[in-house]
Design a protein around this ligand. Sequence first.
Ligand SMILES: O=C(O)CCC(=O)C(=O)O
Ligand SMILES: [Fe+2]
Length: 279
Amino acid sequence: MQDKLTEAEQVAIKSGLQLVPSQKHFSRLSMSSKRGRKKKSSFDADFDSMDKLEREALLESAQLSSINPSHLLRAIHVPDGDRVKAGKALIRKSMGVASLPAFLPADKCARVREHIGRTVKGDTIDSVDHCPEFQVSLSREQLSSLLEPHVVAALWALPTVFLEEQASAAALAEAVSRLTERELEERGWKGRVGIFGRKYEDGGRTHLGFHIDTNRVTINISLSPQSSHLGGNLLFLSGQALQLVRRDEGELSIHRGDVAHAVTKMQEGVRYSVILFFH
Ligand SMILES: O=C(O)CCC(=O)C(=O)O
Ligand SMILES: [Fe+2]
């Protein structure tokens, strides 16, 4: 474990990020990785067991902008191998996260939201935090019937374009909108794609702690207007910074799987998202 932390530390130091190599921090980390393996039955227990820094981030505290991303990276409860990957992702020069506002129109968001609301269950356990998932799996066919087929084709092409283009989100959106049906098909993701919807609310799933995804690229679309919830926003450790992304209905976020991310704690309302894991 010390070796892996040292590797993470070296990566951070090379990039000029500051890490605090205190013994206290090392012992807290060994305690925290045990928490990651333990079964949690409640969201409160999961939240309470987090390091103070992660709790502050998930509460969108006033001090959010003063949180040192590398300190936060060391405080989150993830396996050490994931911490190394997330550390490399944090300092990577190429784009780790991009946002495409208004990717889905309001009526389509409402359709997907209704489907999730009708079918979501809290009786299966999440592999990240061991809390009830409050998620529902979708097939590509189901997604195509809820959205337009050409939107689904664009979703399948986006990760390829995202990995190829070292450009801005606007350039990414333009690249996808310029592609013909045939080009979309050619760029379409050839690997496995996992699709699911999630619902967050007080009394249900309230948050999702920092983690990395095991797949290469993740697309996450907000299905709820910002006005329908307080909290429930995305946090990313990318571009040498802790980024808070407050999205409106229909906004698409695309990120590499190894970028550490979280969903802040719901304070009010309901929040839906649809997530695609490109393996
Ligand atoms: O629900 C969200 O918006 C984030 C979900 C997520 O990061 C995940 O399921 O891995
Ligand atoms: Fe995730």
